[in-house]
Design a protein around this ligand. Structure first.
Ligand SMILES: [Zn+2]
Length: 251
């Protein structure tokens, strides 16, 4: 666990992160790891001296099993409401699926793929994470601990969101901008490996939207939190994307 800013905590599960925002005893959880990360998510709440019942809401950046698997468990056991955007909420209910297939994932470097597959299969990578009563985020500012502001961040999925924390100048980027990934050979700010991405043009447009934010703390879904101005992170991610595209023979 790292307290990355006052009352903002980043936790790492099985090659994926979740974020907790604290206001007194009340918490907001953003994302929650794989199904098998559920005990670790509960432990992360208790490590702050709180109980799962103190979580006022779970916000999802997007509805992939590595970000909502453990959330399903918390939702079921403690009745914690689960919110995401009005497109992604249908994804969370599994009215549609935008997720890399096994064939897509085979495009990862083989030496990274096998150890990752072994790890994620043990934490429920093939489980159904659907949350049928996930709820669309209501319009207007979110009255939740930490004061997160939802921003559209499409690309990785169509309805992907980021959450801006104006107080500490942080951005919870989910998989719209990461600083590493178990299936990526590069470290530092980058787009998530392309074979996981639903729309690469949308992912690039989202980087351009991030660039204008007043943010110097990046809290990604994968990789380490990063203290650097978002415009710098975006510039590095663009250079990495150009390099990867060249290696794929796209430019
Ligand atoms: Zn992810």
């Amino acid at each position: 666990m790292t307290e990355v800013a006052q009352n903002v905590f980043s936790f790492e599960g099985t090659a994926v992160n979740w974020i907790i925002l604290r206001d007194g005893r009340d918490l907001t959880l953003i994302d929650g790891g794989w199904p098998g990360d559920a005990p670790a998510v509960e432990e992360s709440i208790r490590s702050l001296g709180c109980r799962p019942q103190d979580v006022q809401a779970v916000l999802l950046t997007h509805a992939h099993v590595d970000h909502m698997g453990a959330v399903k468990d918390l939702h079921r056991r403690f009745g914690i409401p689960v919110y995401t955007g009005d497109v992604e909420v249908r994804h969370a209910r599994r009215e549609f699926l935008e997720q890399a297939t096994v064939a897509d994932v085979q495009k990862a470097p083989q030496e990274l793929l096998l150890p990752w597959m072994e790890r994620v299969l043990r934490v429920g990578a093939l489980d159904d994470p659907a949350i049928p009563d996930a709820t669309p985020i209501p319009p207007g500012p979110l009255d939740l601990p930490g004061g997160p502001v939802a921003l559209p961040a499409p690309g990785h999925t169509t309805g992907h969101l980021a959450f801006h924390l104006p107080g500490p100048g942080a951005l919870v980027t989910g998989d719209a901008l990461v600083t590493g990934h178990a299936l990526s050979p590069i470290e530092g700010p980058q787009l998530i490996p392309w074979f996981f991405t639903h729309s690469e043009p949308e992912a690039r447009a989202t980087l351009a939207a991030f660039e204008t934010l007043d943010v110097d703390l990046i809290l990604p879904g994968h990789g380490e939190p990063a203290n650097l101005p978002i415009a710098e992170a975006v510039a590095i991610a663009r250079r990495n994307a150009a390099q990867t595209a060249a290696e794929r023979g796209l430019s």
